[in-house]
Write a protein that binds this ligand. Sequence first.
Ligand code: ADP
Ligand code: DP6
Ligand code: CO
Length: 330
Amino acid sequence: MSQTLEAGATARARAHSNIALVKYWGKNDVVLNTPAVGSISVTLDALFTDTRVTFRSGLAADEFWLSGCRQEATKVARVLDLVRQARGTHLFAVVESANNFPTGAGLASSASGFAALAVAASGAAGLTLTDRQLSILARHGSGSAARSIFGGYAQMHAGSAADGSDSYAVQLLTGADWPLAVVVVITELGAKTITSTVGMGASAASSPFYPAWLATAPGDLADMRAAIAARDFVRLGELSEYNCLKLHALMLTTRPALIYWNAATVAAMHAVRDLRASGVPAYFTIDAGPQLKVLCLPGDVPLVQEALSNVAGVHEVRPSALGPSAYRLD
Ligand code: ADP
Ligand code: DP6
Ligand code: CO
């Protein structure tokens, strides 16, 4: 590696979004962005972010462009600061990114976005980081991004170290180890009014259910790990739906209430339960937004897609396989 980082140093990366089966909501430390609970997710092939990072001379600050529009860069700069520190440079960077799905809408754009940024920024700086270091770097932008460094099934450890060094994700299985399908049901294209960061702070501060959320997380994580190890789809699905509804109970009891659902969200939840009653093993999960992710077996995708397309208010139904780890494009 040369002594000084050359202006113009650039790299591009792709990272896929993920959906948590056992969810993260609440922080231990807002500066380190360490989660209060561990989480388990699957990475989605159909939803991804492409990001280019270019270090330049003559910039007064980092610039963040999303689909050609200049955005606020505070969180992006937090990740770039760590890269600059590790590389020993003062050069600012231009970040050019695009998501192939709606941003800030409950489809985990912060997960794919900051995982892609971690890989592209460290690559442009000429750093060779381990997956664990990349996961920690991505976590500083968004907690869910720590999981999107990995394909297939990932678990995020909450950790307890004062410096956040044991708060990172690991891969449990690849998608090839146990192929599942996720049908993404989009009921709203616009961004949520309360971001995940703000929403989870409000839940921790005001919901009487928050202590129960913290107390019951370790049991859900252990059960989900066992379901994945046993390749037990029914157990995985039932537990995912239960943990999702527990999260939304926490959101609904936050003051003021966080109601991320719309009418189509509820109709789609019923459609999934109807499918199940008719013998198709399908289970929903929902993040901080009005979109459903329907977990099902790959052979059942056409049935699930057809059923959810017929729900009033559904804009788009996008089937997905499990996706790969984050990677360099060039
Ligand atoms: P989502 O449900 O989409 O994850 P969040 O409220 O968690 O919504 O995150 C939205 C945040 O993620 C915003 O601050 C936005 O700037 C950031 N973000 C979205 N896409 C990207 C991207 N491609 N690169 C960096 N940051 C991104
Ligand atoms: C409901 O990772 O978006 O999607 O760390 O503040 O950026 P920040 O929050 P974020 O929260 C994700 C919340 C969730 C559940 C999950 O993905 O685990
Ligand atoms: Co997010």
